[in-house]
Design a protein around this ligand. Structure first.
Ligand SMILES: Nc1c(N[C@@H]2O[C@H](COP(=O)(O)O)[C@@H](O)[C@H]2O)[nH]c(=O)[nH]c1=O
Ligand SMILES: [Zn+2]
Length: 401
């Protein structure tokens, strides 16, 4: 399944694309002669799904840019593919065009995000598509970036190219929800993830939390981390759980591990400082213990002072750092503060069918100051699915007006 040379070596294939590779890709997508006869939405949707598959090859590596995939089809055959590997490198369309060469002329290109129309770190893809002589462009979603925002589509149409927009739009939007949020609100998308028992506890009253969920759910969390730019915990979580916060997957992205600690009462030896597969950033306040700062820095940990250290300030800082999505894996007190400050938009709650009891056992979200049920935050766009023996509930917090 993984043997697409054009995909596994995104940059190499610019020069390396061969007829043989084209055939490999073609058969991998299942474009046999009977599928070549598919027309209209089924075919468009299939090609857009392929774009998304390609885009995901760069999961966690493109911020502040989006994940984008492109496929060029000529006479029912894929003649070029590409994806955006990271910010500063060519866009998906450019890789696909290089791969297709002359075969791009009069072809259709599928791209999961509207082609850009601006000179950024790279020249506009709209002009590259016009120069290559493509006949039709099928777009997944319009680019919310004000530098593009429909301008790419308009430019292509003005050049006489047929443009179809909105194919599998929902899936395209979902893949880049962090990028879209970043562009619209000038903050990374905040995702609060927690694992609780059926009676709403994240640990026993003695603080023991390994493990609430089953292995499948934990694997899912690792994948989630690989798709995020940063993961945030508070000092308490470091002291109690001594987590790694990595994606635990060979070759996958690891997020920046962020610890928020005003007091800097942190253990001298923690997995976070002793593992090097992912960078660690400790955020604290200006007057925090200088000895601990020194000790952390000596262990290769980046230490920064943000005073006052609040969730919104942290998200503002991570936005400046170019991040699109940030995973909050903190305890209830920090989670409540992050929700109250609007630092969290999305909730992922793993629910394990276990009962732990205990009046003092911690819960996923601390006090929000609500006294009546009418104040409860109603999640929107809620969905749930079974992950191993657990249930995963996903939803979005309403935006404050
Ligand atoms: N990565 C990507 C696009 N990204 C668009 O271009 C912006 C970044 O431009 P630049 O700084 O030049 O890389 C990014 O914010 C988004 O609006 N566009 C596309 O057509 N295809 C791509 O593969
Ligand atoms: Zn572009």
């Amino acid at each position: 399944m993984d043997n697409f040379p054009v995909v596994d070596q995104p940059n190499a294939f610019v020069d390396d694309y061969s007829e043989e590779n084209a055939l490999l890709v073609k058969s991998a997508v299942g474009l046999d002669s009977h599928l070549q006869k598919m027309v209209g939405n089924d075919f468009d949707s299939r090609m857009m799904q392929r774009c998304l598959e390609l885009a995901k090859r760069a999961t966690g590596r493109t911020s502040p840019n989006p994940l984008v995939g492109a496929v060029i089809v000529k006479d029912g055959e894929i003649v070029g593919e590409g994806f955006h590997p990271r910010a500063g490198e060519p866009h998906a369309e450019v890789f696909a065009l290089k791969a297709a060469g002359d075969r791009a002329r009069a072809a259709t290109i599928y791209v999961s995000l509207e082609p850009c129309n601006h000179y950024g770190r790279t020249p506009p893809c709209s002009e590259a598509l016009i120069a290559a002589g493509v006949a039709k462009v099928v777009v997944g979603m319009v680019d919310p970036n004000p530098l593009v925002a429909g301008g790419g589509i308009a430019r292509l149409r003005a050049a006489g190219i047929e443009v179809v927009a909105g194919v599998d739009e929902e899936a395209c939007q979902k893949l880049n929800e962090g990028f879209v949020h970043r562009i619209l609100y000038k903050r990374p998308l905040g995702i609060l993830k927690y694992a609780m028992t059926l009676d709403g506890k994240i640990a026993t009253s003695a603080g023991h939390s390994a493990w609430v969920t089953n292995r499948d759910a934990r694997n899912e969390v690792h994948q989630l981390r690989a798709a995020c730019d940063a993961v945030i915990v508070g000092g308490n979580t470091v002291r109690q759980d001594n987590p790694y916060l990595t994606s635990h997957q060979e070759g996958a992205n690891n997020p920046l591990r962020v610890v928020m600690s005003r007091s800097l009462r942190l253990p001298e030896n923690a997995h976070l400082w002793q593992t090097t597969e992912a960078p660690t950033l400790v955020l604290t306040e200006v007057d925090a213990n200088p000895d601990v700062k020194e000790l952390l820095r000596k262990q290769g940990v980046e230490v920064l002072e943000l005073t006052p250290l609040t969730p919104d300030k942290v998200m503002a800082y991570l936005y400046e750092r170019g991040f699109c999505s940030v995973l909050w894996e903190c305890g209830g007190i920090l989670a409540a503060s992050a929700i109250a400050q609007g630092a969290i938009q999305k909730i992922l709650a793993f629910i394990a069918p276990k009962i732990i009891g205990g009046n003092n056992a911690p819960t996923p979200v601390g006090d929000l100051g609500f006294t009546t049920m009418t104040e409860a935050l109603p999640l929107e766009r809620v969905s749930w699915r079974v992950v191993g023996s657990d249930c995963l509930v996903e939803g979005y917090l309403p935006r404050k007006s």
